[in-house]
Write a protein that binds this ligand. Structure first.
Ligand code: SAM
Ligand code: DTB
Ligand code: SF4
Length: 334
């Protein structure tokens, strides 16, 4: 029988075995898990806003915002509160139910905490779930953000521990795990995933999923990004990953993280409708909406409406989270 509850004892071998199944068998398993935990056709929508763009001290080899590379991106100051609120209202009109604010910081400075807390409070007051991604956290900061109304902290592991130093050298894997621990201790939900297409091997993709699987509880959101190549960054020339490989990774995530949102994240702009459909049919149940991610483009709202319409998919209600019998409520409402 297919296991549909979270497990914390996955081995790398088990994950590798899943990853290498014939695609039909893999997707069949993924959809068996999905249908036990989630309403059919429900897709959660998050919208991003870069609240502090560029000039980042880290050297993540994929990123447009690192000060180490000449990507032509202009660094900007922290946005004023009113601009953030305007963008959050627009996101809500776009059908987003979660608003994710990203800052190009290596780590959050105490002096910025009140400003970000005010943004969180204001976005929450608009009736949206809140998410921030602000780099590494110091003790106590996550608690202040939580008190302001923060739901999720995004902090990606990005790849396997073995490949990590090929991606970034200004921090180590354990730094990431430490911040994830701080966010958890403060009672925040986690959004944590990675990127495919940075020149990593399939074994690195398996390794990433295994590291995520060891987090207990699992991250409530698992973003699977396809590298958006940024001219001027060291990883821009990496071998492209196929959409089929993305679908494979998504299906494995759906099986390993049965109760988490699995998000088809960056890279949709480069995919055909059919490619995106494959990833959604492989088990993803969340996307970013709006025509911008942080610094790069995303399909516009009309294109997404067209795709969702063809698939017969609809916006998930927040209460579609599997815990608490909410799925049943949603199905009963039909
Ligand atoms: N500075 C914060 C951090 O690194 O945690 C937050 C912002 S950072 C842009 C958030 C995540 O976006 C990264 O961890 C990475 O997984 C993803 N990302 C950044 N640039 C990307 C790109 N060019 N293609 C795909 N994903 C990307
Ligand atoms: C995540 O995993 N992907 C998002 C969000 N979390 C912060 C960011 C994608 C960024 C893509 C490149 C850009 O727009 O700069
Ligand atoms: Fe900075 Fe985040 Fe970009 Fe890395 S991914 S360079 S930490 S903004």
């Amino acid at each position: 029988m297919t296991e549909t509850k979270p497990r914390y004892d996955w081995t790398r071998e088990e994950i590798r075995t899943l990853y290498e199944l014939p695609l039909d068998a893999l997707i069949a398993k993924s959809l068996a898990v999905k249908s036990q935990n989630w309403a059919d056709g429900a897709v959660q929508k998050s919208q991003l806003l870069s609240i502090k763009t560029g000039g980042c001290a880290e050297n993540c080899g994929y990123c447009s915002q690192s000060a180490h590379f000449d990507t032509g991106l202009k660094a900007e100051k922290l946005l004023p509160l009113e601009e953030v609120v305007t963008a959050a209202r627009a996101a809500k009109e776009n059908g987003a139910d979660r608003f994710c604010m990203g800052a190009a910081w290596r780590s959050l400075k105490d002096r910025d905490v009140p400003k970000v807390a005010a943004m969180i409070e204001a976005v929450k007051a608009e009736g949206l779930e809140t998410c921030v991604t602000l780099g590494m956290l110091e003790d106590g900061q996550a608690e202040t953000l939580k008190a302001a109304g923060l739901d999720y902290y995004n902090h990606n592991l990005d790849t396997s521990p073995e490949y990590y130093d090929q991606v970034v050298t200004t921090r180590v894997y354990d730094d990431r795990l430490e911040t994830l621990g701080r966010a958890r201790t403060a009672g925040l939900k986690l959004c944590c995933g990675g990127i495919l297409g940075m020149g990593e091997s399939r074994e690195d993709r398996v390794g990433l999923i295994h590291e995520l699987a060891k987090l207990s509880p699992h991250p409530e959101s698992v973003p699977v990004n396809m590298l958006v190549p940024i001219e001027g960054t060291p990883l821009a020339g990496s071998a492209k990953v196929s959409v089929i490989e993305m679908a494979r990774a998504i299906a494995v995530c759906r099986i390993v993280f049965p109760e988490s949102w699995v998000r088809l994240s960056a890279g949709r702009e480069e995919m055909s409708e059919e490619g995106q459909a494959l990833c959604l049919l492989a088990g993803a149940n969340s996307i970013f909406v709006g025509d911008r991610l942080l610094t790069t483009d995303n399909p516009d709202i009309d294109e997404d409406a067209g795709l969702m319409g063809q698939l017969g998919f609809e916006a998930a209600a927040l209460e579609d989270m599997p815990k608490g019998g909410a799925r049943k409520t949603l199905l009963d409402a039909r």
